[in-house]
Design a protein around this ligand. Structure first.
Ligand SMILES: [Zn+2]
Ligand SMILES: [Zn+2]
Length: 84
């Protein structure tokens, strides 16, 4: 396998270039098959090879306005208790 960066000829099966350290194979996230970095899809199962794409984090749940004290509802005290 030829290195895409330095054109160094590496033996088949290697994952990194022996000359410059460039990654030569990208493991498929689905089937773990080694794909060349030029592949956009896995040549084994067709899974999209998302290289250098950070997962989008889910947005944090919005807190209710007013702070944590607003969530604590104090029940109203009964005013008329002792009136016979
Ligand atoms: Zn190289
Ligand atoms: Zn695959």
């Amino acid at each position: 396998m030829k290195c895409p960066r330095c054109q160094h000829e590496n033996p088949a099966g290697v994952k990194f270039c022996g000359a410059c350290g460039t990654r030569l194979e990208v493991p498929c996230p689905a089937c773990q098959a080694a794909n060349p970095p030029t592949n956009r899809f896995c040549h084994e199962c067709g899974q999209v090879l998302t290289v250098a794409v950070e997962p989008v984090q889910a947005a944090e749940p919005t807190r209710p306005l007013g702070g944590p004290q607003a969530a604590l509802r104090i029940p109203p005290k009964p005013n008329a208790v002792s009136s016979r």
